[in-house]
Design a protein around this ligand. Structure first.
Ligand code: AP5
Length: 219
């Protein structure tokens, strides 16, 4: 039986398509924990047409990271909100060493990181996961045309919304995102391993098995 509260303050780390968003949504659907996805926040900004959203979109569509300071400021203010007072999952942040250092500086002893979960998936698997991903434009549910197809093609089972493909899930942008992960984000594994908070999960298994292991690791 799952507890309805979880005093975890976690970073989900992993390459594009590793399953961070899928698993974070599932945890947040079961327990009272804020799911903070920097990618989702930036996409919302893009939809709203804000200056920040327009600037970020040019980086995102090219598969590049948006500038550190922009993301750091966004996460700092998000983490102050009441729903993130005691428990949160940071999905997609930090992604560079300056972002990790800024997060450390922003957290006090009372709200320090409790876990960093690394989702390990071979690079050869990631391209298929990303090109086949479809996302509900209404509720944000994540589907896959082969691994997790909806009952009716193009329609979300949960809410009937239209399923769309992310503009950065094109092969060219995916190649760049994987390169950016290798060069700028993967060094964070050593950063967190040295701090004794890193837990590694083999995420090249079924979503249900990954979820069970994740819950064990987050205890
Ligand atoms: P973001 O939205 O964070 O994208 P990402 O990190 O590239 O990760 P994804 O969302 O692509 O993958 P995921 O691991 O969540 O996989 P998912 O669960 O969807 O960032 C987008 C962009 O925003 C960045 O490129 C950058 O420009 C910008 N950005 C964001 N944060 C930033 C930051 N901190 N600094 C600077 N820039 C930033 O799963 C993928 C697919 O696989 C789905 O179809 C799913 O159904 C399927 N799947 C999941 N698990 C499994 C499984 N176990 N088996 C089979 N299929 C599975």
């Amino acid at each position: 039986m799952m507890p309805t509260t979880m005093q975890a303050r976690c970073v989900f780390l992993g390459a594009p398509g590793a399953g961070k968003g899928t698993q974070a949504k599932r945890v947040a659907g079961m327990v009272d924990i804020a799911h903070i996805s920097t990618g989702d926040m930036l996409r919302e900004e893009g939809k709203s047409g804000s200056e920040l959203g327009m600037e970020a979109k040019t980086y995102m569509d090219a598969g590049k990271l948006v500038p550190d300071q922009l993301i750091i400021d966004m996460v700092k203010s998000r983490i102050q909100k009441p729903d993130a007072a005691s428990a949160w999952i940071l999905d997609g942040f930090p992604r560079t060493l300056p972002q990790a250092e800024a997060l450390d500086q922003n957290l006090s002893n009372d709200n320090a990181l409790t876990h960093v979960i690394s989702f390990a998936v071979p690079e050869a698997v990631l391209m298929g996961r990303l090109t086949g991903r479809r996302t509900c434009a209404r509720c944000g549910a994540i589907w896959h045309i082969a691994h997790k197809p909806p009952a009716k093609a193009g329609i979300c089972d949960n809410c009937g919304g239209e399923l769309t493909q992310r503009s950065d899930d094109r092969e060219e942008a995916i190649g760049k995102r994987l390169e950016v992960y290798r060069t700028q984000t993967a060094p964070l594994l050593a950063y967190y391993r040295d701090r004794g908070v890193l837990k590694e999960i083999d995420a090249d298994r079924s979503p249900d098995i990954v979820f069970q292991e994740l819950l064990t690791q987050m205890q």
